[in-house]
Design a binder for this molecule. Structure first.
Ligand code: ATP
Ligand code: MG
Length: 332
């Protein structure tokens, strides 16, 4: 079976509807056909300052949401990055193969560093894409399902794999990005030309997986819509309505065309009331299951430790081969 690998940062307490539709729902489908590796990149999270208690809490909450959303820890490999030391170890080797100029060209660093002020951004944030390359290359996956925003990083990991292979001999599989469909991209409810984002959206722009039904309903009902009254999919001219139609279509399994026909002659308010119900119905079982999992953190930690052991059994042989090729003496 081919292997895929993906992860979502524990950068907020809850994942949002974009993470759910754009990532989690697709992961659950992928784990049927692929050998799937899903992890929680907590090493990446500390590239910006984190409160330690919060970070631990968010890591568990993120894991609970992966499972509640349908990731099956028996079928897929589910683990927390910091529990598999090979990630940091391979990242060091790859750091030494990455050009300073090459790393400087990564647009995510430029964006995130400019928000913090370039001088206060950490060196960890600068080498973030190299750690990401290590995350990927350790598991030799065939595909890496990501959003368009991550394409450049997957390409860097290909370049590094190729460079390592040509310098030290064939070691790494060259990973390919599996770019998610544009139809799976969800926009900010208050600002529907920007993507819904854990770190960039205001709370009004988000629907979180762990929000209770009253909050979800309120957020959808106060979503920004467009001038005019017609309920029609038009990403350019009607970004607000189009975003609502996308969410509706994905969660109900009905096509956009079908929805447009159903809502012909009706008002934005009707669409929102119905959509709020569809979203609440889809997310309530996910929230309940996540709450159950979080009620027993010891059991959750045990599951994650098991996942980490499984991940190490895949990652350790890759790292051992890399170390040998680089010329590091074996420890035995
Ligand atoms: P941050 O603001 O911290 O970058 P994020 O909301 O962008 O958080 P990520 O952790 O960067 O979320 O992304 C996790 C996964 O969710 C990725 O596969 C990404 O492509 C997907 N994703 C994130 N936001 C959206 C969105 N608005 N629509 C669809 N998919 C999304
Ligand atoms: Mg992001």
């Amino acid at each position: 079976r081919q292997r895929v690998l993906s992860g979502m940062q524990p950068s907020a307490g809850s994942l949002h509807l974009g993470n759910y539709i754009g990532a989690l729902v697709q992961w659950v489908q992928l784990q049927e056909a692929y050998d799937a590796v899903f992890f929680i990149p907590d090493l990446h999270a500390i590239t910006v300052p984190q409160d330690p208690t919060e970070l631990a809490h968010r890591t568990r909450t993120t894991a609970a949401q992966y499972i509640a959303g349908g990731v099956d820890p028996d079928r897929a490999t589910l683990f927390v990055q910091s529990q598999v030391p090979e990630h940091a170890q391979l990242a060091w080797v790859l750091n030494c193969l990455t050009g300073f100029g090459e790393a400087s060209r990564m647009t995510q660093f430029k964006d995130k560093a400019s928000k913090q002020g370039a001088d206060s951004a950490s060196v960890g944030l600068f080498t973030y894409p190299v750690l990401q390359a290590a995350d990927i290359l350790l598991y030799q996956p065939d595909g890496v399902p990501v959003g368009e925003d991550q394409r450049q990083h997957v390409e860097l990991s290909r370049d590094l794999a190729q460079r390592f292979n040509s310098r030290f001999g064939e070691t790494f599989v060259l990973p390919r990005p599996f770019i998610q469909k544009e139809s799976a991209k969800i926009y900010d409810l208050q600002n529907p030309t920007a993507k819904m984002s854990k770190s960039a959206s205001s709370s009004g722009g988000l629907v979180n997986l762990l929000d209770d039904p009253a909050v979800i309903t309120k957020r959808i009902k106060s979503a920004v819509t467009d001038t005019g009254t017609e309920i029609r999919f038009d990403r350019e001219g009607k970004p607000g309505v189009s975003n609502l139609l996308t969410v509706y279509s994905v969660l109900s399994g009905r096509s956009i065309t079908e929805l447009e026909a159903d809502y012909a002659g009706r008002m934005y308010g009707h669409l929102k009331v119905d959509l709020a119900e569809v979203v609440v119905e889809a997310l309530t079982p996910v929230r309940r299951r996540a709450e159950e999992l979080l009620a027993d953190p010891a059991e959750l930690d045990r599951l994650l430790a098991k996942g980490a052991a499984k991940a190490r059994s895949m990652a350790a042989p890759t790292l051992a081969e890399v170390y040998a090729r680089v010329g590091f003496l074996p420890a035995t």
